[in-house]
Design a protein around this ligand. Structure first.
Ligand code: ATP
Ligand code: MG
Length: 417
C-alpha cells in the first residue's frame, strides 16, 4: 500500500464541511471589507522566494520544496502567499489602477518542516494584502480583518501582539547595537544563530530555541531605536487600536520570520494548541514591491494558518458547521422502477433539492435501514403501482404522521411551496 506523504493530510468527504464553513466565513468577511480574491500559481521561480522572503530565513534556507523541472528551471512550491501576490501586482501593473489594491488568497502552502502538532509540510493559509497605503489606519484595518474573522467564528482568547521593526534607517542603527550585544554572548547562542548574527541579526530574535529565547530577553529592543516617522506610525496605530477597542500587547520580541517586513509586525497567538500557537502573522512590507522590480509602493498583509485555526476551534468546542445530509431518498423496488427513480431525482436536483436513489440493488427493507442511517429527510418508495398511477407517498422521516401523497411528475412542487 502506498501511504500519504509525511506532514500532509487528507480531508475526508465527511469532514470537508468544516473547511467549507471556514472558507465561506472568510469569503463573506473579505467581501464585506471590499477585498477581492487573487489566485496565483502553486509554483513560481525559486528566485522569487529567495529574493523576497530572504536568503537567511528558515523558509529559504531549509524549508522550500524546490526542484528542477524538465526545462531545467528551478521552481519552488509556494512556501508563503505574499511573494506570488507581489510578483503578480508588479507583472500586471496593478500600481496603475486606483490604490489601495486589496486582495485576499486561500492557498495551500508547502514547507519541508519536521511534522508535529500544528506543523505540516502542506498547510493552508488565508491571507490578505493591501497595496498603496502607508497610513497607520491601513495597519489597523488589516489587523481588524483578522480580528473580525476570529470574532465571527466565536474565538475570544487569541492574544494580539504588535511590534514595530522600523525602516531601513532605524535598522541600521539598531543592527549595530544588536550585533554588539550578540558578539558579547556569541558562544551561548545556538549554532544557527551564531551564523545568523552577522548576516541578519534581527533573525536571531526570532529563534525558537529555549536558550536563545532566554538570552534574547536581555537584548536591546528595536522600539528604542525607531526613527521619528516609524515611532509616530507605531503610536498612531496603537491609538487607532485603542479607539477600535482592540486589545493588544506590545511585544518587542516579535520580529517575524521573513526578511521583507518594515514598521508594523503582528501576531495572533493561541494558548490552547500547544507550542505551535501562532495562528496569524503579518506586517508591513514597504520596500518589497520596489525591491522586486516594481514602483515604490507600500504594502501590508497577513497570513493565517487554517489548520491551526481549526485546531483552536475544536479545542474550544466551537461550531464548525455541520454535514448536511442529502434531502430525498428514492427507493425503487425493482429494476424497472430504478430508471424512473433517476428521472425523479433529476427533477428535484434541477430545483436544487438534493436527491439520491439506490445504487446497490438493495431490498426495500435494506434501503429503509440505509436511508435512516444516512439521515435523509424524506423517502419516496417507488413500486409498480406508483409508476402506473403517477402518484406516490413522500414519507417524512423526521416527523411521523406528516407523510404526503404527491404527483410523481411534479414532486419538486412540494418542496417549492
Ligand atoms: P512558526 O513560527 O509557527 O513557524 P511562521 O512564522 O513560520 O510560523 P508564517 O510564515 O507567518 O509562519 O505563516 C503564517 C501562518 O501559517 C502561521 O502563523 C501559522 O498559523 C501557519 N503555519 C506556518 N507554518 C506552518 C506549518 N508548517 N504547518 C501549519 N501551519 C503553519
Ligand atoms: Mg516557520
Amino acid at each position: 500500500m502506498i501511504r500519504i506523504q509525511k506532514g500532509t493530510k487528507d480531508v475526508l468527504h465527511f469532514e470537508s464541511y468544516k473547511w467549507h464553513f471556514i472558507e465561506d466565513k472568510i469569503r463573506t468577511l473579505a467581501e464585506s471589507f471590499g477585498i477581492k480574491e487573487i489566485r496565483t500559481p502553486t509554483f513560481e521561480a525559486t528566485e522569487l522566494f529567495a529574493r523576497s522572503v530572504g536568503e537567511t530565513t528558515d523558509i529559504v534556507n531549509k524549508e522550500m520544496y524546490t526542484f528542477i523541472d524538465k526545462g531545467n528551471r528551478s521552481v519552488t512550491l509556494k512556501p508563503e502567499g505574499t511573494a506570488g501576490v507581489v510578483r503578480s501586482y508588479i507583472e500586471n501593473n496593478l500600481s496603475a489602477v486606483p490604490q489601495p489594491v486589496k486582495m485576499y488568497y486561500l492557498t495551500p502552502v508547502f514547507r519541508y518542516e519536521r511534522p508535529q502538532s500544528g506543523r505540516l509540510r502542506e498547510h493552508h493559509q488565508f491571507g490578505i494584502e493591501y497595496f498603496g497605503s502607508d497610513l497607520p489606519i491601513t495597519d489597523a484595518e488589516v489587523i481588524l480583518v483578522a480580528k473580525t474573522l476570529f470574532d465571527n467564528l466565536g474565538i475570544k482568547d487569541l492574544q494580539l501582539n504588535i511590534n514595530s521593526i522600523g525602516c531601513a534607517e532605524c535598522r541600521r542603527e539598531y543592527n549595530k547595537v544588536l550585533i554588539d550585544f550578540f558578539s558579547k554572548n556569541k558562544e551561548s547562542f545556538c549554532p544557527l544563530c551564531q551564523e545568523r548574527m552577522d548576516k541578519n541579526p534581527l533573525r536571531v530574535l526570532d529563534c525558537k530555541e529555549d536558550k536563545c529565547i532566554e538570552l534574547n530577553k536581555k537584548a536591546p529592543i528595536v522600539l528604542d531605536y525607531l526613527c521619528s516617522a516609524c515611532k509616530n506610525h507605531h503610536e498612531e496605530l496603537k491609538s487607532i487600536l485603542d479607539c477600535l477597542d482592540i486589545a493588544y500587547e506590545v511585544n518587542p520580541y516579535i520580529v517575524r520570520g521573513l526578511d521583507y517586513y518594515t514598521k508594523t509586525v503582528f501576531e495572533f497567538i493561541s494558548k490552547d494548541i500547544g507550542a505551535q500557537g501562532t495562528v496569524c502573522g503579518g506586517g508591513r512590507y514597504n520596500n518589497l514591491v520596489e525591491q522586486m522590480g516594481g514602483k515604490s509602493v507600500p504594502a501590508i498583509g497577513f497570513g493565517m494558518g487554517l489548520e491551526r485555526l481549526i485546531m483552536v476551534m475544536e479545542e474550544l468546542g466551537l461550531s464548525l458547521g455541520e454535514d448536511t445530509p442529502c434531502k430525498v431518498y428514492i427507493a425503487p423496488l425493482g429494476e424497472e422502477q430504478r430508471k424512473h427513480a433517476l428521472n425523479i431525482a433529476m427533477a428535484l436536483r434541477r430545483n436544487n433539492i438534493s436527491a439520491e436513489t439506490d445504487y446497490m440493488g438493495r431490498s426495500l427493507k435494506a434501503q429503509m435501514k440505509y436511508a435512516d442511517k444516512k439521515g435523509y429527510e424524506y423517502v419516496l418508495v417507488l413500486g409498480e403501482d406508483e409508476i402506473i398511477k403517477g402518484k406516490g407517498v413522500l414519507k417524512n422521516m423526521r416527523h411521523k404522521g406528516q407523510d404526503r401523497e404527491i404527483d410523481l411528475s411534479q414532486i419538486e412542487k412540494y418542496f417549492l411551496e
